[in-house]
Each structure stands twice: as C-alpha cells, then as structure tokens.
Design a binder for this molecule. Structure first.
Ligand SMILES: Cc1cc2nc3c(=O)[nH]c(=O)nc-3n(C[C@H](O)[C@H](O)[C@H](O)COP(=O)(O)OP(=O)(O)OC[C@H]3O[C@@H](n4cnc5c(N)ncnc54)[C@H](O)[C@@H]3O)c2cc1C
Length: 359
C-alpha cells in the first residue's frame, strides 16, 4: 500500500522526531515550519533537553517516558552523531523521605535507580561543596544538545522542509485535507501539528478551542570552563549540566518567572542563578554569564501531553489531523513519534498514547 502523504507542521524536536520515525517506515513527509530549530522562538532552542522518566509519578506517564528513553537509546545506536552530551542524573530536589519513596516506586516499576549517600555522591561529583544527605542516581538518563539533535533527525529523515507560516487548516467539518501557508496551499492525507505553543491559533482556524498553561523558563549559559561535571543535577534551587564545549547550562525553579506580571529582572536573575552554582561547587575557574534565554514551555492545560486525533462534538474523530503538544518534548519525543506512526501508518491504536487523548 502506498504511504499516505504526510505534512508535519513544525520543525522543533517534536516535528523532527515525527519526521525521523516516519522515515524509518519508508515514509517521507513534508515539513512546513515558520521557524528553524535554532530559532529562539521555539521551545526546542531554549530547552535544557533532559531525557528522563524519573520525574513522572503517574504510572501511564512513566511508561510513556521510559519507552521513549529506550527509543532514544535505539536511535542513538542507529544514527551517527546522535548521542547524550551528559549522562546520568543526580537528583536531590526532593526531601530525603521523598527520595526514598521515589526510589522504591521507580524500582517497583523496573527503572534502574539507586540512592547515593553523601559520601558516595562526593565520589561521583568531586567538585560539590554543598553536599546533600542523599541523592537519587539515575544512570540511564541524559541530555542531548537540543538544536543539533533536532537538525540531525530532520536531515536523517530526508524530509523536504519548507519555511512558511501556516495560516490555517483546510478541509471539511470531519476531515482535514491540508494547510494554507504564505507559500500557498499544501494538501495531505494526514497533517501532524507539532506546533508547540502555536497549536491553539491553528486549531482556532477550524473552530476548535485548545487551552494551554505554558510557563516561562530562564536558562543561563556560562562561558566555557574546564570539565567539572559529566552528569545532570537537579538540586532544590537549580538544574545544572555541562555541555561538551565546557559551558554550564543552568536552569532555575520550574515556572517561577512570569513576564506578564512585569516584575522580573532577567539579567540579575541570570546572575543569581549562577551565584547558586558558585556557592554549591568548588569551581575550576571563575563563572561568567555568556548569554541567557527565556523559553516558553508548551504545556497543555492539565499539564499532561495531548496526543492524537481530536474528537468532534458529534463523538466522531476528526480525520486527517494528528496533534502532539507537550512539555518534555525531549523526554517524550522518540517514544511519542514511534507510537504515533503505529497509529497513523499501521492503523494500530497505541495503548501507550491512549491516556493522553488530544481532547
Ligand atoms: C527552559 C526550558 C527547559 C526545558 N527543559 C526540558 C527538559 O529538560 N526536558 C524536556 O523533555 N523538555 C524540556 N523542555 C520542554 C521542551 O523543550 C518542549 O517540550 C519541546 O521543545 C517542544 O517541542 P515542539 O517541537 O513541540 O515545539 P517548538 O520547539 O516550540 O517548535 C514548534 C514548531 O512549530 C512551528 N510553528 C508553530 N506554529 C506554526 C505555524 N502557524 N506555521 C508554521 N510553523 C509553526 C514553529 O516555527 C516551530 O518550528 C523545556 C522547555 C523550556 C522552555
């Protein structure tokens, strides 16, 4: 049977994962995107890009994330140049009691993890000065470099890419047949929206309301310093990893910053974020801000990913349209894209995705 014509709108990590998963099944989609993956307008370019399953406390969500992590590992074996740039997570942004409960839960779910005492943590992180009583150690987790990873997957997919803004979805009340862009009309059997925070606007063009609860996230990049850290750290007040070029990538408290309230001062917040790292570590060299970004995490209302077809008021599914909107696009991307291809190309409903219905 001939492959359906697929248009993917969006070339962030979700669009890139979809393109790569489709190519793995002999299907070459058309990717239409307003911004390239390196544009600071995308969540992808402003992401910390941690791939983990340990931060999910809901079992269905854990399963999706763990399968996705395993997919990433498979893709890393298949594709030259795709690899973790930091590996193994050390997490102590939980109380010692919560660390114990989380380790027990993850172990019951079959996820490799252990608890490190202060003494063993220091052998993993010799530069650490501010040592917690215990930390969760998650050896399978890691981070990728966000922009180069999205670019690599897109290139490897062989997908044709077009830079264009999509103004609206085309079709009838029960089937989408294409998109209207500033380069004209493009038609397809399936349109995949990998449009992150741009999704509500596109769905509005067919009269569908889609609510988001997105939050801002400040990420500070330091000037390069000698290697001090191979893994990822989530401490109570900061998230930290070091890129292969020596730059530290420091994130802050989740969801704290909101420019709509007009009270932030980003440059001093960025300095304050580095101060936390200066206090917590014996630094191998002075730490200076090189630049910072303010990203916007695409979080659907309710916090969980929204994936799949939309259900119309009549109870029928809207054909020809498939959504994938989520925070944790890095953790989830590979697993979501492969399971979505089971649904789109093989017609198999995915048990992994069914808890995350689009509406
Ligand atoms: C500070 C921060 C830290 C994060 N840390 C992590 C982390 O550690 N781990 C993790 O898994 N996730 C993390 N995330 C979340 C993750 O980055 C996002 O979930 C992911 O990047 C979303 O990817 P996406 O492709 O859906 O959206 P985006 O990267 O925003 O891409 C959307 C694409 O759609 C295109 N588009 C939108 N509307 C239109 C239109 N009308 N016409 C044409 N094109 C359109 C855009 O041009 C773009 O190409 C973080 C996010 C932030 C901001």
């Amino acid at each position: 049977m001939a492959s359906p014509r697929i248009i993917i709108v969006g070339s962030g990590i979700m669009g890139a994962c979809f393109a790569y998963a489709a190519a793995g099944r002999g299907c070459r989609p058309l990717v239409i995107s307003g911004d390239a993956p390196d544009s600071g307008h995308t969540a992808t370019a402003t992401s910390w890009a941690w791939i983990n399953a340990s931060s999910a406390n809901d079992h269905a969500y854990f399963q999706l994330r763990y399968q996705s992590l395993q997919r990433w590992q498979g893709w890393m074996q298949q594709l030259d140049g795709l690899h973790y740039s930091a590996q193994a997570s050390y997490c102590w942004d939980l109380s010692p009691n919560d660390i114990r409960t989380t380790a027990q839960q993850l172990t019951e779910w079959g996820y490799p993890c252990s608890i490190l005492s202060a003494a063993s943590l220091i052998s993993h992180l010799p530069c650490l000065r501010d040592i917690p009583v215990a930390a969760l150690y998650l050896p399978l987790e890691g981070a990728v470099e966000p922009v180069s990873t999205a670019q690599l997957l897109l290139k490897a997919s062989g997908a044709e890419t077009i830079k264009a803004h999509s103004h609206g979805l085309l079709g009838s009340a029960d089937k989408i047949t294409g998109v209207m862009t500033d380069q004209g009309e493009f038609s397809a059997d399936e349109v995949i929206l990998a449009t992150g925070n741009g999704t509500p606007r596109l769905l509005d063009t067919i009269g569908v309301s889609f609510s988001m609860a997105s939050t801002y996230g400040l990420l500070v990049r330091s000037k390069p310093i000698p290697t001090m850290l191979k893994g990822l750290i989530t401490a109570p007040k900061f998230h930290l990893r070091q890129q292969p070029d020596g730059r530290l990538l420091v994130g802050g408290t989740f969801g704290a910053y909101d420019p709509a309230k007009g009270t932030g001062h980003l440059a001093s917040d960025a300095e304050a974020q580095l101060d936390l790292v200066r206090e917590a570590f014996d630094m191998p060299a002075p730490l200076e801000v090189e630049r910072f970004t303010l990203g916007y995490r695409p979080i659907p209302e309710g916090g969980m990913p929204k994936i799949g077809r939309l259900t119309l008021d009549s109870g029928k599914l809207l054909k020809g349209l498939y959504l994938a909107v989520m925070h944790s696009g890095f953790s989830n991307g590979a697993g979501v894209a492969e399971a979505a291809m089971d649904e789109l190309l093989d017609g198999e409903a995915s048990d992994l995705l069914s808890p995350f219905q689009a509406n």
